[in-house]
Design a protein around this ligand. Structure first.
Ligand code: SIN
Ligand code: CO
Length: 388
């Protein structure tokens, strides 16, 4: 199916099962790698036990340790690790298959592991998701589209639907390489079958209207000066001094909408919002800050720069230049430079030919948004240091 057909007929509209989406798919990580990640500080991991030590459907949060995994039985639990694409480059590479959807819509790849019977209950998510079966089999059953008021089971850690009925013909066992696309709020229930199962969830971001309205108003508020105020030069004599009349409300509405309808500022705000990093602590500025001279000479020696894991870039045309958005901040630069930096390809010395490249690169390196690609020699050097 072409991307055009998928977007027209399915995206945000209805589920799609894609058998053999990734033919001969081999999981780029195994359950031990996932358990290892779940034991690390700053990695967001959850464990869901159907029959937990304290209660049914018990959810615990990482970091976990060997003891946690040692006490788990051979069935009925799931380990879910967020943003595995930030930690495992081979998982991040899968994102290249989804570039027909803007990168800034993407959130992360969550990876789950479940022995037989493991599941997180029938539920809805607010986001689009592609559920790629990585190993083992998972049975997916879908219900209808659920409203915000769909009843959920009380008194447990998870938001599991109290009433879940499977839609006819929407009950499938996914094999490795099969993939299921779900639009937001479609009820779904995925149970690991007779072998251990791993599922990759390619999840998207969509800010809620509540977040959008408040964050846009905050951003705009900072740009407006104190002298710009409610004004009423057309005021007519009041008969009732306590009345807020229709003409006052018409002025409020007109003045507010005129202030809010500011396409240029709106693009500046939206670019910053959609490039905010998932985990702010993950951006690590270099110990020794770069300057233009060190950056130029490193590039000229053949070193390469790339976006740091979790770093988010996007751009928007802005007059005859571009607004480049990186990890929640905005920069003005040439269109060529904005395109080059946000292309997700490693950056080599050729970038220096673009106007003002070195200055912007220094800023981005010193913020931790771009980092140097470690080549094998560098890795050997690190080993030497560790051995010493
Ligand atoms: C899972 O992988 O166990 C659950 C994914 C989901 O339903 O969103
Ligand atoms: Co879900």
């Amino acid at each position: 199916m072409s991307a055009e057909t998928f977007l027209r007929d399915y995206w945000q509209k209805k589920p799609l099962l894609i058998r053999g989406a990734f033919p001969d798919f081999q999981s780029p990580l195994d359950p031990d790698d996932l358990a290892g990640l779940a034991c690390e500080d700053n990695v967001e991991a959850r464990l869901v036990e159907l029959d937990g030590p304290d209660k049914p459907w018990q959810v615990s949060h990482g970091p976990f340790d060997d003891e946690t995994f040692a006490r788990l039985g051979r069935k009925d639990w799931s380990l879910l690790v967020q943003a595995v694409d930030h930690y495992v480059p081979e998982v991040a590479e899968l994102l290249e298959h989804f570039t027909f959807i803007p990168r800034w819509r993407l959130d992360d790849i969550m990876v789950s592991f479940a022995p037989p019977g493991g599941n997180v209950g029938a539920h809805v998510d607010n986001y689009d998701v592609f559920l790629l079966q990585a190993s083992g089999q998972r049975r997916w059953q879908l219900g209808g589209v659920m409203g915000e008021d769909a009843p959920i089971i009380d008194g447990i850690d998870l938001r599991i639907l109290a009433d879940f009925s499977v839609t006819e013909d929407q009950d499938w066992v996914l094999e490795p390489g099969d993939m299921l696309y779900l639009p937001p709020r479609v009820a779904h229930h995925g149970i690991s079958q007779s072998e251990d199962c791993m599922t990759f969830s390619v999840g998207f971001r969509a800010p809620s209207m509540d977040e959008m309205v408040t964050s846009w108003a905050d951003y705009l508020g900072e740009q407006l000066d104190e002298s710009s105020r409610y004004h009423d030069p057309d005021l007519e004599a009041a008969h009732d001094g306590a009345l807020i009349d229709e003409s006052a409300m018409a002025r409020v509405r007109r003045q507010m909408l005129a202030a809010l309808d500011n396409p240029e500022q709106m693009a500046q705000w939206f670019g910053r919002t959609m490039t905010q990093v998932k985990y702010p602590d993950q951006l690590m500025p270099p110990i020794t800050p770069a300057n233009e001279e060190t950056l130029r000479s490193a590039l000229l020696e053949g070193d390469l720069l790339e976006p740091a894991p979790g770093s988010r870039l996007a751009w928007h045309p802005c007059k005859d230049q571009a607004a480049l958005f990186v990890d929640g901040d905005g920069y003005t630069c040439s269109t060529a430079l904005a395109k080059r930096l946000s292309s997700a390809r490693a950056i080599d010395q050729e970038v220096l030919a673009l106007e003002d490249a070195a200055t912007l690169l220094v800023t981005l390196v010193n913020r931790g948004s771009l980092h140097w690609v470690e080549d094998d020699d560098d890795l050997d050097d690190d080993d030497d240091i560790a051995d010493d």
